[in-house]
Design a protein around this ligand. Structure first.
Ligand SMILES: [Zn+2]
Length: 148
């Protein structure tokens, strides 16, 4: 799932669960639950093309803008919303190492957890953008209602 949707859902978690000891781990766990849903994947081949980095920059730019909006608008529990948004998106940082730095090579020797993170994302692809957009509209709408 996109960083944007992970951040939105993480922030939404903080509007429901206000205890950070519970909310942050729940937001982190939500990453894998959302990854298991059928979702959009950037329409690129591999992780080293300019096209991939453009998609990544747009996605991360939108996600960062959402976090910045929370910071600027200061809804109740803004700090926890930001922390949960970051926690929810953070597991994908491992891909910077395994697919970009390591060029996705030697997948057989990836740690079990990395293999599992890849395997949980069974149904992905560029054609699933309507699902991704619908999820964003639903969860983004809920976030706006909950944070208002
Ligand atoms: Zn992921």
């Amino acid at each position: 799932m996109t960083a944007t949707n992970h951040v939105v859902f993480g922030a939404l978690v903080a509007t429901v669960v206000q205890n950070p000891v519970i909310a942050i781990p729940v937001a982190l766990a939500s990453h894998y639950a959302l990854d298991a849903l059928p979702h959009f994947d950037y329409p690129v081949k591999g992780h080293h093309s300019l096209r991939f980095f453009i998609w990544l920059a747009i996605d991360c730019g939108i996600a960062a803008s959402i976090l910045a909006s929370i910071l600027l608008l200061q809804p109740a529990n803004a700090g926890l919303m930001i922390a949960c948004g970051i926690a929810a998106a953070s597991p994908d940082l491992m891909w910077l190492y395994y697919t970009i730095y390591k060029h996705g090579e030697d997948k057989d020797n990836w740690p079990l957890f990395v293999k599992w993170h890849a395997a949980v994302q069974r149904h992905t692809g560029p054609k699933l953008w309507p699902l991704e957009l619908s999820w964003l509209a639903a969860m983004g709408g809920l976030l706006l209602v909950r944070a208002a």
